[in-house]
Design a protein around this ligand. Sequence first.
Ligand SMILES: [Fe+2]
Length: 222
Amino acid sequence: MNSIEVCPQKIYEFWCDDSILTLAKSLLCDPTFKWNKITGAKNKDKDIHPDVDARQRSSVSDDRNLQRDERFQPVANWMEECLEEIRIEHNYKCEKFNITRLWGVKAHDKSDFHGHNHPFALLSGVFYLTDSNTKTWFSEPSIWERVKFVNDIPLTRKPTDAVSQISSEKGKLIVFPSFLLHSVDSHMDTKEPRYTMSFNSFPSGDVGNGVSSAAGLNIEIL
Ligand SMILES: [Fe+2]
């Protein structure tokens, strides 16, 4: 039996100007910036890191709507310019993609993050503010596993999943469909935390004006 590779996929990568990187990092590293420890669900991806408390060594910004913070406007505007390129590339029938949430993440030594996706968003992104050994892992179930699950896609990566690893490099933004399962492996650096910003976005304005698409929506992002 021979196997044939089919249906390769892609996500997108953008690089910011130094001014955007410097601004974002200075805001997140400001001593007055408010962080909350990430608590709750235990680490589900034992194959990434066996330490069940690892997730609790990460912090998330107290404000998860930084797109509404004046100081972050240049960063959010640049991200929306990147989304506009994707909207044009794929001829999405909407006026614009708006950032609906924007938050910061500070990962301390040995912290990782379990597999997840971003429900009720369409396009999401990760903006890397620091270099790190860490990789963001994306995976899609094998089409042969989907035969078993049909529409019930599990949030745990399986050995048969197609996997890609994206490196953390300061100044890089990646954008991907929000349903895509992703996780982060361990940040191994006792000297500097790994800083990233993540966003979710949703179409706005007149949406679905094609004959075959959802009809007549006009969406305003507040
Ligand atoms: Fe995520």
